[in-house]
Design a protein around this ligand. Structure first.
Ligand code: PLP
Length: 405
């Protein structure tokens, strides 16, 4: 044997996981899992061709349609992080040479832009200052100028705490024969979003943000128009793992991408990759809990928590980085699930974060890119979006700020 791992090493590594601190995760994700979700992670394994598992899959897809507020048949979980779902959209909806508009005003919208470049798109990048969103005129100008087949944007930009205004954007894209792709990773389940009413063609989220599910599994949905575009591609999707029609062969073989029809009885499911059953169970449980609460109530709970946070910040001499929120659900403004908090001049943002973590086991995040050192990012997502956590955070934050001056 060349490579040894002796008993003393085993003792050394043994406690690293069992001694992990229990943190309250109030950053941009992951958020804490509800105990019901946690429990699903230790449910026993089952084969991927088992009829009982197929039932779990079908129910998961059914509840995901409610979550996305869509009738789209192709609504499945991607095995991978939110970024994998992002890549699934980009890889399937872009053919080399396609004209694409990328609306960029933050870290994650820029990530979509970077991906689109790798799939050979001819891109018009529309840049806006971080902390702002795109107007209908911005979108119209880009559509007229570039004649894209795809326009990409982020609904809840986690790097800035901005909610993108959605009113009219889908309709404009339809009028210009352009598919609309929207990232809702930090928002779906926490903030009202309507895939069908807003005419969104490709949309995705992640398990670990407003769903309080596990990371590594990411709901995605494609409209019939998006599916037809995929079926009519001249070139194969350059990413085999994320090829929507291959994935559809396992998740929904009854669905015809070219014409949107559904075959009964369901044809045989074709193996694509081994789906992580426990992540599917856990994701399903997290969405089931939203179904039980009623999604409007879930949205309201997030809004109430955010408003209490704004008030609490004010009471300790802090304030959100963005101007007062516009509460109209399809207009732009503050994102209720993720608040950027302005760091007062002269204060070391990292010191405050360390104090919260060391003394109270509370995790919040600092700013990214242009906003590094200027903001903290506070997430009140899913299971964590409640008044108890707001009270706790505000009193701990008050103490941390005083101690860091
Ligand atoms: C977190 C996040 C992502 C990426 O999700 P991962 O699961 O970390 O890959 C993408 N977009 C937005 C808006 C996010 O907040």
């Amino acid at each position: 044997m060349k490579q040894m791992f002796n008993v003393s090493n085993a003792h050394r590594v043994k406690s690293s996981i069992s001694n992990l601190p229990v943190r309250l995760l109030l950053g941009p994700g992951p958020s804490n899992l509800h105990p019901r979700v946690n429990q699903q992670l230790s449910t026993h394994m089952i084969g991927y061709t088992d009829q009982n598992y197929y039932k779990v899959m079908d129910e998961t897809m059914e509840m995901m349609r409610y979550l996305f507020q869509t009738n789209n048949h192709f609504t499945i979980p991607i095995t991978g992080a939110g970024t994998a779902a992002m890549e699934a959209c980009v890889a399937n909806l872009i053919e080399p040479g396609d004209n694409v508009v990328c609306c960029v005003s933050g870290y994650f919208s820029d990530r979509i832009y970077q991906m689109a470049q790798r799939y050979g798109a001819n891109i018009l990048k529309v840049d806006r200052k971080w902390g702002t969103w795109f107007s209908l005129d911005d979108v119209r100008d880009a559509l007229v100028k570039h004649k894209p087949s795809l326009l990409t944007m982020v609904f809840g930009e986690t790097s800035t705490g901005v909610k993108q205004a959605m009113a009219g954007i889908g309709q404009l894209c339809k009028e210009h024969n352009c598919l609309l792709m929207v990232d809702t990773v930090a928002a779906l389940g926490g903030v009202p979003f309507f895939v069908d009413d807003w005419k969104v063609d490709a949309c995705y989220t992640g398990g670990q943000k407003c769903l309080s599910g596990p990371p590594g599994i990411s709901p995605i949905t494609f409209s019939p128009l998006a599916c037809a575009k995929i079926a009519n591609r001249k070139t194969p999707v350059a990413n085999w793992y994320l090829d929507a029609m291959l994935l559809g062969g396992y998740w929904c073989p009854e669905y015809n991408f070219a014409n949107g029809t559904v075959t009964t009885p369901q044809p045989l499911r074709r193996y694509h990759h081994t789906t992580p059953a426990n992540l599917v169970y856990a994701l399903r449980e997290s969405i089931l809990m939203i179904c039980e609460e009623g999604i409007e109530n879930t949205w309201n709970r997030h809004q109430d928590a955010a408003k209490s946070l704004y008030k609490g910040l004010e009471s300790i001499g802090l304030k959100p980085y963005l101007a007062d929120t516009n509460e109209v659900f399809d207009q732009g403004g503050r994102l209720f699930s993720l608040t950027t908090v302005a760091v007062p001049d002269g204060l070391d943002a990292k010191l405050v974060m360390k104090y919260l973590l060391d003394k109270y086991n509370i995790e919040i995040a600092g700013g990214l890119g242009e906003l590094a050192g200027k903001v903290w990012r506070v997430g009140l997502m899913g299971f964590n979006a409640n008044q108890t956590n707001v009270k706790l955070l505000i009193s701990a934050l008050e103490e941390a700020v005083k101690a860091s001056k």
